[in-house]
Ligand binder design. Structure first.
Ligand SMILES: *Cc1c(COP(=O)(O)O)cnc(C)c1O
Length: 424
């Protein structure tokens, strides 16, 4: 007895692998339409698993396990002969709903929700890599991602080379015989550098490696890496997918065969998304495109305004025509996103004065929230890398990052003006 290995489940049908079938049904009225619905309609209606009560809003299934009608059904569920829920470590209808909805939005065959963005990355690596493999990772990734790659993968015999996000040639040069995975974020944090995803996908294909893209900054509302040739998309749902700073969660998306492996890891190791968090994220996806559009418009307005301020040395935002990634981002993304950074004249002291001079923005490293956040990367998010590396990556002591929220642009300008005025 025991839990069957994942391969025993029926994976023959797309999406069948986690068929978290409720005792009721999906919405019979709109399910047949899903193939033809627009992105925004799927953001609102995709992936609802209703109970027989017929809730209009997505139901929240708070249960660790599921009961069976009889012993034969229990056996069939365990063997995978009958699709359905067994235990919420690997299937829960609310979590399944979030996975289906996000899969529609990323244009993915399958999605696996995880407990956090970091566990999405870990699960991907544990599922798709083995000892002796080599990974090429962008130097310009989320700080903890870097720690995961640098400190923990090595323990299991996986070597990692870090390269600058640009130019593409740096990636080509870093390839080895045993390179199995390329990992990057675009646009990068905090300098908004933009990688050419189609070109990166070609390099990965040539090396017989997987291209894994953390799409946290753009979300599928602005960028769909899978359509450009990426193999796997990673999300920290904690950020823009939630959009209001309430829950921690993550997701991995890609081809069914790859996601089966990721789910196998989840099933055995357990970094599962909670049903409550999935419910919050499901609702977040409904307004994702509207929010990303508003974040982007406000960030562009602020970036343009900052460029005109005498105390500002340089602004980094791909929406500005002067940004080296502008044309590529305009082609690859629907808008330029909500994160920008800028350098003030001076050093750390001046940057801190500006930050401490603001009153409205939240001084926190988080992003993807309705509340605008401001942070000094060199002494917070990027403090763990060496000063030399920081400088090489352009994260100077006078750099400030702003993740633009949904307050009024005028109030945000006023707040930054207050900060800049603190320079005296
Ligand atoms: C926050 C973040 C992560 C990690 O996600 P958690 O949900 O905090 O674990 C990964 N990548 C990027 C780009 C992030 O901003």
């Amino acid at each position: 007895m025991g839990v069957p290995s994942w391969k025993q489940l029926d994976l023959s049908k797309k999406g069948a692998q986690r068929s978290a079938v409720t005792t009721g049904s999906k919405n019979k009225r709109d399910e047949p339409l899903f193939e033809e619905l627009d992105w925004q309609s799927l953001a609102v209606r995709g992936g609802i698993h209703r109970s027989p009560e017929g809730e209009h809003s997505e139901p929240l299934y708070t249960t660790s396990s599921y009961v069976f009608d009889n012993a034969a059904q229990a056996a069939a569920r365990f063997s995978g002969d009958e699709p359905g829920n067994v235990y919420s470590r690997y299937t829960n209808p609310t979590v399944r709903g979030f996975e289906e909805r996000l899969a529609y939005l990323e244009g993915a065959e399958a999605c696996v929700a995880t407990a956090s963005g970091m566990s999405a990355i870990l699960s991907t690596c544990m599922a798709l890599l083995k000892a002796g493999d080599h990974v090429v990772c962008s130097r310009d990734v989320f700080g903890t991602t870097r720690t995961l790659f640098a400190k923990y993968l090595g323990k299991f015999g996986i070597e990692v080379s870090f390269v600058p996000l640009l130019p593409v040639q740096a990636w080509q040069d870093a390839l080895r015989e045993n390179t199995r995975l390329l990992y990057l974020e675009t646009p990068s944090n905090p300098l908004c550098e933009v990688a050419d995803l189609a070109a990166m996908a070609e390099i990965a294909r040539g090396a017989d490696a997987l291209l894994v893209v953390d799409n946290c900054f753009c979300t599928p509302a602005l960028q769909q890496p899978l359509a450009l040739g990426a193999d796997v998309v990673i999300h920290s749902a904690t950020k823009f997918l939630d959009g209001q700073g309430r829950c921690v969660g993550g997701a991995v998306l890609g081809r069914q065969e790859l996601m089966d492996e990721v789910l196998g890891f989840l099933r055995s190791c357990g970094p599962t998304m909670s049903a409550f968090n999935a419910w919050v994220f499901l609702k977040g996806l409904e307004t994702l495109a509207l929010r990303m559009e508003a974040h982007s418009a406000a960030a562009l307005a602020l970036a343009e305004w900052l460029e005109a301020q005498p105390a500002v040395e340089q602004v980094f935002y791909a929406g500005l025509p002067a940004h080296p990634g502008h044309e590529l981002a305009a082609r690859q993304q629907k808008a330029f996103g909500g994160v920008l950074s800028f350098r003030v004249h001076g050093g750390q002291q001046e940057a801190w004065q500006v930050i401490d001079g603001t009153r409205l923005m939240s001084l926190t490293a988080n992003l993807g929230d309705a509340k605008t956040t401001i942070v000094h990367p060199a002494t917070t998010t990027h403090s763990r890398i060496s000063p030399a590396e920081r400088l090489d990556a352009g994260i100077t002591d006078n750099l400030i990052r702003v993740a633009v929220g949904l307050e009024s642009v005028e109030d945000l300008k006023q707040d930054l003006a207050r900060g800049l005025a603190a320079l005296g």
